[in-house]
Design a protein around this ligand. Sequence first.
Ligand code: MRU
Length: 347
Amino acid sequence: MNLKTISWKNNSIRIIDQTKLPGKLVFLKIRSLSLLWRAIKELKVRGAPALGGVAGLGVYLGIKDFKGDDKKAFLRKLKEVSDYLGSSRPTARNLFWGIERMQSVAVNNRHSPVPEIKKLLFAQAQKIIEEDRQACRRIGFYAARFFHDGDAVLTICNAGILATIDYGTALGAIYRAKEDGKRLKVYACETRPLLQGARLTTWELRHQGVDVTLICDNMAASLMREGKVKKVITGADRIAANGDTANKIGTLGLAVLANYHKIPFYVAAPASTFDLKIKNGRQIPIEQRDAKEVTSLFFKQPITAKGVKVYNPAFDVTPHELITAIITDQGVVEPPYSKNIRKIICK
Ligand code: MRU
């Protein structure tokens, strides 16, 4: 499968519409910022690194038709576009990282003519995308020492090709193991309520020829108890300076279970997911989503009585004590996290 989740084509952003998977592989052309905002909100494009990639192209999409050479007005427009894009989803650090990278190109080149700044912004957006491709492959390289032939690995949500540009973080580690000739068995949690594991991870792994078995989220404990899981690996949406990690709701439960059963629990993420300005996980903004995602099966069929109260946080935070290692594109970070994150990610 030679898929690119996000690209720039015919003056618009091309994404895979992930809400249509696994039924249909549909590509969407996004020509306006408001369409992109909705695509992010509705998880047509999703996964922290993918949001970083789409942020770069999104900022360019928002300013490319600016007319004239009024620098102040241009920078005002850029800020407006950035704030709007940033209001789509709050948790993934990569979205804001992508936007900030674009903003700093404009600020550093504020003395150049507007058409020149636009060109530089386009180049920066392409660079962000290329860097993600490289970063995921480096994560795979650093992850290699943790995975052995015959290992059974549990994962949640989708931290693969579809969550990045074309390789994946947690699933990138699995693809790398496969390239190295190791046969891994993957258990994918279905990932209620929006079923990224069932819909996306199993689809993608099967296409890549990886042995994958789907489980309901509430089966993880018994699987571990039976000794069927040797390692857990997940992606991340935001990692605080002390290593506390936000990821898809349900990740914390897996980390607690892994700790109880003495199973290594790895997080795989690029440096762009780290938020070193925040000390710990309590400061990570957690997205609350529409109750309908829980009360009806993928918005289609009601599965609860009408009007039932719902709590629907999209992410939870795993405290660093439960994480065996964080595998990044800059190297493997092991405890003590506060010290080693500063050493490896800030270098
Ligand atoms: O709500 P989603 O589908 O965007 O959540 C995605 C996740 O939680 C992923 O695990 C995370 O972004 C890492 S993707 C490499």
